[in-house]
Ligand binder design. Structure first.
Ligand SMILES: [Fe+2]
Length: 244
């Protein structure tokens, strides 16, 4: 499948636990291209006390990577976002522009701690929504308190959240348990996005093409296109300002 958009990855080099060098980043971009991706939203981690690279540094590295990307003619379009670990002052930080949303849109990629209780997830989602943001729950398959019960997932989606799951989890790279969760989520039509969460060239490498083949076989081309091309395309179409 062509025209895939990857909305969650750690390809921007030297800012979190993803790509280490610019060379590695370019290799990852090439790998994404081979997988049928032509647009990527780079989403460095932001987590207080763990990943706190200054936004100014991130923006500078992003601009530099865009230049290298152009020079090396990868044919990839790059956009900047952020994987925001939930925090109490999150809405303020977004409002003040301390950390970016997904390409300047209203969409915010939100990561939770694995052991967060459902009430906390729900509260975070609710607070973002009442302030006008659209939370995308990052790698939703990983949170036991949310996955425990389909009613909970339906509840946060009814509030207005979107759900992203991980490509590797969908086709079984992360084990049978996650594969089964993803299958259930897709069969109940609770998934909005599937993304790589790629961190490197080997263990957590770009794999959306492989995932697309798998979903196409299981769910058909219409569903696959909706999740991998059309839905993420809506984030970019919603753009308020470009980071270029
Ligand atoms: Fe991530």
């Amino acid at each position: 499948m062509r025209g895939i958009v990857d909305i969650h990855c750690h390809i921007l080099p030297g800012v979190d636990d993803g790509a280490v060098t610019e060379r590695m980043a370019v290799e990852m971009i090439r790998m994404e291209k081979e997988q049928g991706v032509n647009r990527i939203i780079l989403t460095p981690h932001y987590r207080v006390g763990v990943f706190e690279t200054e936004q100014e540094v991130i923006t500078r590295r992003f601009k530099r990577l865009c230049e290298i990307n152009k020079k090396t003619k990868t044919g990839m379009e790059l956009y900047l976002g952020c994987e925001f670990h939930r925090a109490s002052a999150m809405t303020d930080k977004l409002q003040q522009g301390i950390r970016p949303t997904m390409d300047g849109s209203r969409y915010v990629l939100v990561e939770f701690s694995h052991r967060d209780e459902y009430v906390r997830i729900r509260k975070t989602v609710y607070e973002l929504i009442i302030k006008g943001w659209i939370p995308i729950i990052a790698h939703g398959e990983r949170y036991p308190s949310l996955m425990e019960n389909l009613d909970r997932i339906e509840e946060v989606l009814r509030l207005g959240a979107k759900l992203q799951i991980t490509a590797g989890a969908v086709y079984g790279q992360h084990g049978f348990r996650y594969k089964r969760i993803c299958k259930k989520l897709m069969s109940e039509d609770l998934v909005h996005f599937i993304a790589t969460d790629a961190h490197d060239l080997k263990n957590r490498a770009p794999d959306l093409g492989r995932c697309a083949e798998y979903i196409e076989r299981k769910k058909g081309p219409v569903y696959t296109r909706r999740i991998l091309v059309d839905n993420p395309g809506m984030i970019l179409a919603e753009r308020i300002k470009r980071y270029e």
